[in-house]
Design a protein around this ligand. Structure first.
Ligand code: CTP
Ligand code: MG
Length: 228
């Protein structure tokens, strides 16, 4: 059985909206409805655990009914950071879960075909796979945000996206170890990397944008309306 955990409990501070980010409208519908629709349409996904802001649980339940989400197994309150929200999601999964797909609510344009490709790569390697894009910019490292310390070899740099797919036991172990070690990370692959197991890179999709700043909303709406 494959379960998706969708962390959607963030505030969207960088977006500067009054609404929690997952409820911000995109082409007239809350962001989370686009993201969930992609998973509802993906055949390999059996169940969804949706991690929502504490004070929006009722609104998420209302959206579940209104949009007739079939696969949403539980809607649970999130934690103080993304890692805690995913950790809570792991506790709420159906016990038969063998594979976990973690995907940020903030990437509403994810395609079912990408979800399936990453899932298949994870099955093949037996451990984990993530969507990522080769970096097209030249990358500078800085220690103080003022002066360049060095230029990194762009050929070696890939930018991580979600979906990220993991064997369920492996992801649980990675989170437990991170808690023990007081380690925090902004994606789940970073926690699994610490266990030293192989993780496959799968070519991501440049339209699978993470909505972070207000310009990202404009880009996503333009993509939806077919403007580019
Ligand atoms: N997230 C979460 N729980 C948190 C923080 C973040 O579930 N306590 C989720 C967000 O809802 C989002 C994903 O993790 O889908 C990626 O986080 P990010 O893009 O940083 O979203 P926010 O934390 O909402 O934005 P900001 O950092 O600007 O406040
Ligand atoms: Mg954040």
């Amino acid at each position: 059985m494959t379960t998706s955990i969708i962390p959607a409990a963030g505030k969207g501070t960088r977006l500067g909206s009054n609404l929690p980010k997952a409820l911000v409208p995109i082409a007239g519908k809350p962001m989370i409805t686009w993201t969930i629709a992609a998973f509802e349409q993906t055949p390999v996904v059996n169940a969804i655990v949706l991690v929502a802001p504490d004070d929006s649980l009722e609104e998420f339940e209302r959206l579940r009914t209104e949009n007739k989400w079939q696969k949403v197994f539980k809607i649970i309150p999130g934690g103080t950071d993304r890692q805690q929200s995913v950790w809570k999601g792991l506790q709420a999964m159906p016990s038969e879960t063998e594979w976990v797909i973690v995907h940020d609510a903030a990437r509403p344009l994810v395609k079912p075909s990408l979800i399936v490709s990453v899932w298949e790569a994870a099955q093949e390697i037996g451990t984990a796979a993530i969507a990522a894009l080769p970096c097209s910019d030249t990358v500078k490292r800085t220690l103080d945000g003022v002066l360049i310390a060095e230029t990194l070899d762009r050929e070696q740099i890939w930018l991580a996206q979600t979906p990220q797919v993991f064997a369920a036991d492996l992801l649980k172990e990675a989170h437990e170890q991170a808690i023990k070690d007081g380690c925090s990370a902004t994606d789940d692959a970073a926690l699994v990397e610490r266990l030293g197991v192989p993780i496959r890179l799968v070519m991501g999709d440049p339209t699978n944008i993470k909505i972070t700043h207000s310009v990202d909303l404009i880009l996503v709406e333009a993509l939806i309306s077919g403007k580019f």
